[in-house]
Write a protein that binds this ligand. Structure first.
Ligand code: CND
Ligand code: ZN
Length: 366
């Protein structure tokens, strides 16, 4: 049992720091000391759902964790005390239908860590002994977290955890959407709608895949300079022009791939509209609403596909992305716009809503 300070959401009010106890690690589990945790828009979606009563509270969010193994439960073999790890918010079991098909990101294993909040011995309890939800399976806005062994991936010790924590979601989601889900081909033309922490990684995934033109679309003018650092070749400001018409004009209506990295029905429709006949629109954003597309477009063999967690093969991809960062082939430095101590979590979400940051990184030890 670990007693710690955590950022707890209880409803419509701002998140507050509270004393929380953490149970474990039990057999097959790993206790991780959180060194850094990135702030992803999926947390903001979850907060908005929890605030509207659609999700149970109290809950601790945060799912982009870099940390150090503090202790392991019996049977754990892939990591040991003192190892540096990136947490994967979606562990995979390795033996279900999807895992053995080679699609571990679609794993249907029942041991998803969120179950721990509802079990007879919840992993997290507040100072009154009441259960606290482990939001998005990690609860990283905290000093410690407990994950199943398959939800932690060992990374090299010389990699800075305040950067490589982002591999736990945004980097893997974005780069993998381009390279694994869409399999962008060399020489193709790509548009990315939404240049936040996820979209910027789609941009650099497209660059790694050898795309010719990489057009970024956002409503914040400052994203023009930022996107260029990740390989973006053109910028379209959607607050000034119609992004569909502008992207089609730039590509002579030959856009091969469009990625939606915001989470709005409207921008999914834009992504589908802007690709050429036979082109592919990839939905990376978490879209909580209906999407309407013209049915006749399917006769032009347009494709509309989803992408989850970059179609990642976690135990292979995460250390690979860390190596690529250390070799200067992935840009993580320009993703970290701001580091903050954990108690400033509400301010970090305000920065995200205002489009001021690529990523904020929270540090519980600061
Ligand atoms: P973040 O808020 O950092 O970025 C969103 C960007 O979109 C910002 O730069 C905004 O300015 C921009 N934007 C907003 N509205 C528009 C618009 N109408 N037109 C153009 N640009 C706009 O978000 P993030 O990068 O952290 O996350 C993006 C989405 O990805 C979000 O929905 C998140 O939940 C989702 C996601 C999906 C997955 C997955 O596995 N599929 C994993 N993690 C996050
Ligand atoms: Zn995320």
């Amino acid at each position: 049992m670990t007693t710690m300070q955590s950022a707890v959401l209880r409803g419509p009010d701002p998140i507050t720091m509270e004393e929380v106890t953490l149970h474990g690690p039990e057999a097959g589990e790993v206790l991780v000391r959180v060194v850094a945790c990135g702030v992803c828009h999926s947390d903001l979606h979850t907060i908005n759902r929890a605030r509207s009563g659609a999700l149970p509270v109290p809950v601790i969010l945060g799912h982009e964790v870099g940390g150090v193994v503090e202790a392991v439960g019996s049977g754990v073999t892939s990591v040991a005390e003192g190892d540096h790890v990136v947490v994967a918010f979606r562990p995979n079991c390795g033996i279900c239908y999807f895992c053995v098909r080679g699609e571990p990101h679609l794993c249907e294993q029942p041991d998803y860590p969120e179950r721990a909040a509802t079990g007879s011995n919840p992993r997290l309890r507040d100072a009154q002994g009441q259960p606290v939800q482990q939001g998005i399976g990690v609860a990283g806005y905290s000093q410690y977290t407990v994950m199943p062994e398959r939800g932690v991936v060992k990374v090299r010790k010389d990699a800075p955890l305040d950067r490589v924590c982002l591999v736990g979601c945004g980097v893997t989601t974005g780069v993998g959407a381009a390279t694994r889900t869409a399999k962008v081909e060399p020489g193709s033309d790509v548009a990315v709608i939404g240049l936040g922490g996820v979209g910027l990684n789609v941009v650099q995934g497209a660059r790694l895949a050898g795309a010719r033109r990489i057009i970024g679309v956002d409503m914040v003018a400052g994203k023009a300079e930022l996107g260029a650092k990740f390989g973006m070749t053109d910028f379209v400001n959607a607050s000034e022009v119609d992004p569909v018409a502008r992207v089609q004009e730039l590509t002579n209506n030959r856009l091969d791939y469009a990625f939606e990295a915001i989470g709005l029905g409207k921008t999914v429709e834009q992504a589908f509209a802007m690709v050429r006949r036979g082109g592919t629109a990839v939905v990376v954003g978490v879209v909580g609403q209906e999407v309407t597309v013209p049915g006749l477009a399917f006769l032009g063999e347009k494709r509309l596909v989803g992408s989850f967690f970059g179609s990642a093969k976690l135990q292979y991809d995460l250390p690979t992305y860390v190596d690529m960062y250390m070799d200067g082939r992935l840009n993580l430095d320009d993703l970290v716009s701001r580091k903050r101590p954990m108690h400033q979590i509400n301010e970090a979400f305000q920065d995200m809503e205002a489009g001021l940051v690529a990523r904020s990184v929270m540090e519980p030890g600061a």
